[in-house]
Ligand binder design. Structure first.
Ligand code: XIL
Length: 345
């Protein structure tokens, strides 16, 4: 094929990729420059290593990084007495070189646990020791590098009762308090968060979380903030629900992290789903509403916002829920989408 023919093909490809985006919107200037608070993304070290486009977007657009998987127990603590820092080091190095804040995710969770923890046999005291050693080895290792931690992740059911996790079974209700105390001892300067999903629309769950955290504070335990995961969609939640959630957390004096944002366009997992311009517009509108509300918060509550992945092809939603979806700021070809533009001031 002639050279000009390639060129024409390239132009057509670019034009078709950008067809849904306002022509004045570009990603020439990083997104985080538009905001006073940090704007983050979750990352995988393997992609940072292997994928230039992924790494360049991460470096240019965001100023806060959450490790998507490599700080989880299964990665960092694969065997009893064995910590493996190799993947986390790639991410730490990237953040150091590019001057990014690191938000640690996550110390105590019931998912992505290594087999040895799932099968561990011991008394309650042994389990407390296991948890203490797990938390404190990790927090001390990253001391001075990690700004904040999701100390406990997803400890509640939707009805506001405590989830029957392995930690709860082995240690009892007090495991949450203990986890925060152990983290605080290991790094008194770190900001400590409780992180969960659906807090942005379910007041029953949110009130249960708030009352537990308020209680910890009354007992002298440090809890700095709440992570609202914000796995939302074009359909739910209503912005008024998000406003209520933000106001409730701020009124109780917690830093607020919109910690795992994605905006599903196919929440009902329709098998005949196809992506339309209208849906992309709805997705952008939902984001406009949410960011508008977050901006209205007093600055002292704005820990920042984090998107759960760089581009649609890296979204956990496709693999985890086996769903055809397009929830992130960049498309499968690393081109910006209307939702990206909704965030550009
Ligand atoms: C997800 C990751 O994105 C996936 O890659 C992994 O397979 C499963 O976990 N809530 C959380 C995150 O707190 O840690 C989850 O991340 C998404 C839901």
């Amino acid at each position: 094929m002639k050279k000009w023919c390639y060129f024409l093909l390239l132009l057509t490809a670019i034009a078709s990729c950008k067809k849904n985006v306002d022509s004045t919107c570009t990603d020439d200037i990083g997104l985080y420059h538009s905001y006073e608070f940090p704007v983050g993304v979750s990352l995988e070290p393997s992609e940072l290593d292997a994928n230039d486009r992924y790494r360049n977007i991460a470096a240019k657009q965001f100023n806060s990084i959450t490790p998507e998987n490599c700080f989880k127990a299964v990665s960092l603590h694969p065997q009893e007495g064995v910590f493996d820092w190799s993947q986390s080091e790639i991410l730490i190095e990237f953040c150091k070189q590019n001057n990014k804040r690191i938000h640690g995710h996550t110390l105590i969770w019931h998912e992505q646990l290594p087999e040895w923890i799932k099968n561990y046999q011991g008394s309650r005291a042994d389990w407390e020791n296991l948890m203490k050693n797990h938390i404190q080895t990790i927090v001390k290792h990253f001391k001075g590098k990690v700004t904040g931690w999701d100390v406990v992740n997803e400890a509640f059911y939707e009805d506001g009762t405590l989830r029957n996790t392995i930690w709860h079974q082995k240690i009892g209700d007090s495991y949450i308090e203990k986890a925060f105390v152990y983290a605080q001892e290991a790094d008194p300067d770190a900001k400590l968060f409780y992180n969960d999903f659906s807090l942005e629309w379910n007041p029953v769950k949110r009130n249960a979380v708030l009352s537990l955290l308020n209680n910890l504070r009354l007992r002298g335990v440090k809890v700095n903030g709440i992570g609202l995961q914000m796995h939302i969609s074009t359909v739910y939640p209503d912005p008024s629900q998000v406003a209520e959630a933000l106001n409730a957390c701020a009124a109780a004096d917690y830093l607020i992290h919109l910690s795992e944002i994605d905006v599903s366009v196919n929440p009902l997992n329709k098998s005949d789903f196809s992506l339309t311009e209208k849906l992309l517009k709805k997705q952008a509108e939902k984001m406009t509403a949410v960011i508008g509300l977050y901006k209205q918060l007093s600055q002292k509550y704005q820990y920042g916002i984090t998107f759960w992945g760089v581009s649609d092809n890296h979204s956990w939603i496709r693999s985890y829920f086996n769903r055809n979806d397009y929830p992130l700021l960049y498309d499968d070809n690393y081109m910006i989408k209307p939702i990206y533009c909704s965030l550009k001031l």
